[in-house]
Ligand binder design. Sequence first.
Ligand code: SF4
Ligand code: SF4
Length: 214
Amino acid sequence: MSLLPGILKGLATTARTALRPTHTAEYPDVAPDLPPRSRGVIALLEENCTSCMLCARECPDWCIYIDSHKETIPATTEGGRDRQRNVLDRFAIDFSLCMYCGICIEVCPFDALHWSPQFEYAEVDILDLLHEKERLGGWMASVPPPPALDEKSAEPAEVAAANKPARGTGLVGGGSPGGPGARMPRTVRPRPAGARGATPPVPEPEPPADGDAS
Ligand code: SF4
Ligand code: SF4
């Protein structure tokens, strides 16, 4: 007899739960609605990479592999010097070791690495999680655009520098535009004639007298 209240309580719980909306994810039939900045995979923008090795050195798991060689670019002007640049031969990330900390993306000085929300790259063999630059580059298409700046945030340094007047148009102090040492342009007023330090007026040349043989 004492079982009846328990059974009724259980049935009430079942009925209440059955009436609630379901939260079951129907993946893979229905793609999950992920936040745009999800850390799915790391994408590489190859043309931005200078093979500086900063990301590989800072990676705590040592799972970034970079190979490059130097290429000589001939001088474009006569008497100029040839230049050298790094050419990226290999850029690979072993996602079986990666812990998705994002340090490599943070330290890259050239915005060559980005988070993509793409997550469907599971493999049967763990060794197949080592992905080369071609695959990393393909994920760039799924990288969302950066979020808009806050309305009241400071202007980015690059934009502020680009909007400053060019050198020679009033910047004094020898500083770069926007950098330390740059001062506001000065308004220079002409001094009245005769004032101390004023430039003396230049006399007008005398017109030649009539019949002058010179
Ligand atoms: S996210 Fe972290 S662990 Fe993964 S490659 Fe970048 S630095 Fe290394
Ligand atoms: S991805 Fe960035 S930090 Fe890494 S080698 Fe290329 S430029 Fe350097």
